[in-house]
Design a protein around this ligand. Structure first.
Ligand SMILES: Nc1ncnc2c1ncn2[C@@H]1O[C@H](COP(=O)(O)OP(=O)(O)OP(=O)(O)O)[C@@H](O)[C@H]1O
Ligand SMILES: [Mg+2]
Length: 237
């Protein structure tokens, strides 16, 4: 089943935030989701501990070190989705995560520095694709994006970085993301009616589209807090 890794050669770009939010949103759709935390900072493991304390329903988080590829591959057959959160700078784990993934999402913030910092990730991606016949697919994901001059110059810098697809969904710079992480939750559960929640649902749609998954929208309303399984189901096309 699909494995997605969140990768970047820079810290603080939103890898853990996006992994947790995507995980909670897919979980709400009734999907069997597991998150792999391959970062020694253990952001997701700590997030899961808060979630357990608060009795929030979130996907299970499994810790992985240098053996991220083996751990991820072993989990693959038991889940619909495996999402891998990787450390900012760790060549071996980056290669391990890319080696086990169908899709890599590369968050970038709107700064030229983020664009320039993409080179090591693109190099690793190239190495892995050479031995895996073009896999994993990869998309840049604009995170904490704002329509500013800085974003414009970042977009220009991105244009010169290399041949990389950009996901047609971006996430804004919103406190809701930081709040949901701290609360051991995801924005779709913590603030279901908010703009961040809408963005994450769009992200889910974009990811499902990448994998050619059709979503069945069922009749009736979707109240994510009262019934996490309600509203919609995803199924392979
Ligand atoms: N879209 C966003 N809007 C506002 N704040 C954000 C957004 N995405 C991430 N953040 C905040 O930015 C900080 C870094 O995010 P996060 O920890 O997810 O990055 P990371 O890439 O996992 O970092 P690291 O490399 O250190 O693991 C966090 O405080 C998080 O709450
Ligand atoms: Mg992180």
């Amino acid at each position: 089943m699909p494995t997605i890794s969140l990768v970047a050669s820079k810290g603080g770009v939103g890898k853990s935030t996006i992994t947790s939010n995507l995980g909670v949103a897919l979980h709400q759709l009734g999907q069997r989701v597991v998150l792999v935390d391959a970062d020694d900072q253990q952001t997701l493991l700590q997030w899961a501990a808060v979630a357990a304390e608060m009795e929030h329903s979130v996907p299970m988080v499994v810790g992985a070190g240098d053996d991220v590829r083996r751990v991820t591959t072993e989990l693959n057959s038991s889940y619909d989705w495996v999402l891998v959160d990787t450390p900012g700078r760790h060549g071996r784990r980056l290669l391990g995560a890319l080696g086990a993934s169908d899709l890599a999402l590369i968050p970038v913030r709107p700064s030229a520095a983020d664009a320039w910092a993409l080179a090591p990730v693109l190099e690793a991606l190239g190495q892995v694709r050479e031995v895996r016949e073009g896999l994993p697919r990869a998309f840049l994901l604009m995170n904490a994006w704002q329509r500013t001059r800085m974003a414009e110059s970042a977009e220009q810098a991105l244009g010169s970085v290399g041949d990389l697809d950009v996901l047609g969904v971006s996430l804004g710079n919103r406190t809701a993301y930081a709040e949901a992480l701290a609360a051991g939750s995801g924005v779709v559960a913590n603030e279901p009616g908010g703009t961040a929640s809408r963005e994450v649902r769009e992200l889910v749609e974009a990811v499902l589209t990448v994998f050619g998954v059709e979503r069945e929208q069922e009749e009736g309303t979707r109240d994510s807090n009262s019934d996490p399984q309600a509203g919609s189901r995803a199924r392979p096309a």
